[in-house]
Design a protein around this ligand. Structure first.
Ligand code: CMP
Length: 143
């Protein structure tokens, strides 16, 4: 089963959108495997956003994501990587369709509420940056 890394950014946390966003993925039918409120270190932010290192906004990106707590999550389900991105909407909230998370709650590209992995390779890499194996829950055990 596919897994993805989703992270509610400091703007989303401060605007009390955690419950609303988690609810959307729960109602869609995906399974929450791990979640934690955490403050990202500069080193972790630079590793996570390594592919954007040469972009002019890299410094801004790192300082924003480390500016306050984020809500880091791992979600599981069929095609969860691409479906979560569809539910998030375009990177720039001004271009994101109404009904999507960024379309409904965002205005600026830097403060676009949520991050989601863009491929299976990124998902694996990002999950391993933010979570260790023991934090990834299994629903297989009998209740
Ligand atoms: P995210 O999905 O977290 O991945 C990289 C982030 O870079 C992206 O969301 C945006 O928030 C951010 N970003 C993209 N373009 C710009 C820009 N021009 N200025 C500031 N941040 C940007």
């Amino acid at each position: 089963m596919e897994r993805t890394y989703l992270m509610i950014k400091p703007d989303g946390v401060q605007r009390n959108l955690i419950g609303e966003i988690v609810s959307r993925f729960e109602k869609k039918g995906f399974t929450l495997v791990a979640a934690k409120l955490m403050t990202v270190s500069k080193e972790t932010a630079e590793t996570h956003y390594g592919e954007h290192k040469e972009r002019p906004f890299f410094g801004e990106l790192v300082s924003f994501i480390t500016s306050g707590p984020v809500f880091a999550m791992v979600w599981e389900g069929e095609s969860v990587i691409s479906t979560a991105r569809t539910m998030m909407g375009a990177t720039n909230p001004q271009e994101a369709a109404p009904g999507t998370i960024r379309g409904d709650y965002g205005v600026q590209v830097a403060m676009n509420v949520i991050h989601g992995s863009d491929s299976p390779e990124s998902a694996e890499r990002e999950i391993n940056i933010f979570f260790n194996e023991e934090e990834l829950n299994s629903y297989d055990k009998e209740v």
